[in-house]
Write a protein that binds this ligand. Sequence first.
Ligand code: GDP
Ligand code: ZN
Length: 312
Amino acid sequence: MQSRNSSRAVGRPPEADLVDGRVVASYGQRLVVEDSAGQRHPAFVARRGLRLVCGDRVRWLAEDKAGDRAVVERLPRRSELTRPDSRGRGEVLAANITQLVVVCAPSPEPDPFIIDRYLAAAEVMDVAAAIVCNKADLPDAVAAGLLAEFAALGYPVLPASATTGSGLEALRACLAGHCSILVGQSGVGKSSLLNALVPDAELATAGISRATGEGRHRTTATTLHALPGGGELLDSPGVRDFAPALDDPRLAALGFREIVTAAGECRFANCRHMREPGCAVKAAVECGAIAPRRYESYRRLLRLTEDLQRRG
Ligand code: GDP
Ligand code: ZN
């Protein structure tokens, strides 16, 4: 997981020849870009080595052939959503997301460690995070204790139902002004929520497939949808189920905001909060200021990251 990468464009054409835009769908060299007026156009990557993903802010040549936009430059990324590829290296799935929305539901039963890991990914990416408890129409709501724990840490917790539409107004307000992505365990209702929030989501995706000449079988491409109430929502099964991977074990502690706060008082600046003397994090766990479950979650993420680093 990285954040704030810079552009690698070289030898750029004169400023006056370039138009600003946004990648709203990407299929390798084929793209769909949106101009500043919100119009979407087919486009292609016109520079060797220029890697673009959904959400990238780009510039293309104003004078382009046959209405096809020649994208020549990528602007610096505010954030990168990555997942380990088959060889364990980070693959960038989307750029410039500003909010990660973790969806949970009474069924499938929430795994608090998975929720913690998504929240940790948001912290490390330095983007906002919120929790949506979908399927609020079901009688057995998500354990209130678990949600209170996240709310106490300052995360917005929003009950909602994609089926009945309850809570969607509050969710729309939370999404307005952000470029968000819904993440969470399979079956919690991410697609259902997306379809409830973006009425023409499937149509938009089909239109993009036509515009780029990709067949309808390419349903896994990431698409950026404009929300009617403001903000943007990213849709891709691959992105929704991404596994937060950290390059460095030291990043694990950054994923837990209460640990970050307590760590300022640790005796050693490089304290891992495991067995070091004078550890303020362990002291906070012992006196109940940090939930033991969250501390255990931190230890699991630390161990996992160390294992990955040893193997990589
Ligand atoms: P995803 O895997 O997270 O994208 O989940 P889906 O959107 O595919 O939904 C999984 C199942 O949950 C489907 O059978 C949906 O109909 C159902 N579902 C989604 N939202 C709700 C809801 O608010 N209430 C109820 N009762 N079921 C829902
Ligand atoms: Zn410590």
